[in-house]
Design a protein around this ligand. Sequence first.
Ligand code: NDP
Ligand code: KPL
Length: 337
Amino acid sequence: MPERIAVLGAGLIGLYIGGALHAAGADVSLVGRARMRPYTESTLVLTDLDGGRTEVPAGTLEYSLDPTALSDAGLVLVTVKSADTAAAAEIVAANAPQRPVVLSLQNGVGNLDVLQTLLPGYDVVAGMVPFNVANPEPGRLHRASEGGLMAARTSVLDPWLPVFAAAGLPVTLRADFVPVQWGKLLLNLNNAVNALSGVPLRAELSRRAYRQSLALLVAEALRVLRAAGIQPARVTKVPPHVLPTLLRVPDAVFTRLAGAMLRIDPEARSSMREDLAAGRRTEVDHLNGAVVRLAQRAGVRAPVNQAVVDLIHAAEHGPPPSFTGDELYARLSAAAR
Ligand SMILES: NC(=O)C1=CN([C@@H]2O[C@H](COP(=O)(O)OP(=O)(O)OC[C@H]3O[C@@H](n4cnc5c(N)ncnc54)[C@H](OP(=O)(O)O)[C@@H]3O)[C@@H](O)[C@H]2O)C=CC1
Ligand SMILES: CC(C)(CO)C(=O)C(=O)O
């Protein structure tokens, strides 16, 4: 078994992945917040869409509030939200002078740069988590949608790939990762739609007006990417350029053509909705905001994504919103004009 794996920012993703790796025999230590520690103080149950169930017995998985737990790690998984990446890098630099491999398992396209800039001399690798992790009840984390982990192709991950595979989380290595990150970001444009809708992901994606709202965002992002000379990679069964057309079809046709996109636990919500519900700041500036910034650099406009950034920022300062699909589509259509 290779050296210790530490998870920095053990929330939903970090606990799920760290828990699965621990259950598969890896030496794992989690670093995070006090409010998440109870997950490992009693039995942690990990379930998935395919009926898989793994139990991590109480007290067997180390959950520390103290970042010195990073000091003997060979691999650090960074699973904080994007706004916390710089702070996470500083914590690694201060507590892991042995220079572990650092793998970002975050959404967004900017985290790698932040980590590489603040961690000179470390091997920093971009990764991608395609699936949603939900918390359906205390003590249980549920992999609520499909897809496998991806990471940038590099031999520094080789020692750990077998244990990820043994944990049911095989990592596909991709040579060119920027397109993968943008491919995932296109899907994450739905995080805000879901957060604004107030309904679970499956119900939201089953309703055409929400999908039409998402189609406006994705179509605009594709135009921006084209202007910037970036070709997003396909990270699900649906090629990126087909998404807007597919999203706009009537509900019955969508269900028939895109059943896989609806293979989501009925209660799961986007991580952005979870943030709004908990009164935390969201990652919108790192998702829709990244499209807006790329548009500025490429000399084009992104008014629809800007409108969503504004709506989410407003929601961060009030009660979690519940736009109907028609209301949201009307707002975003007006922004597009
Ligand atoms: N949830 C999901 O289904 C998915 C999430 N992702 C991405 O994965 C990343 C992680 O998301 P998720 O797990 O949902 O986020 P969570 O908010 O559930 O977990 C992150 C945890 O890190 C903690 N944290 C922040 N800064 C530090 C620090 N300096 N030291 C220790 N702990 C810290 C946070 O605490 P606090 O809240 O107090 O700051 C929080 O508990 C994000 O980029 C997200 O977009 C990707 C795919 C799916
Ligand atoms: C899995 C997905 C795309 C949607 O839930 C996500 O990345 C998130 O919630 O942040």
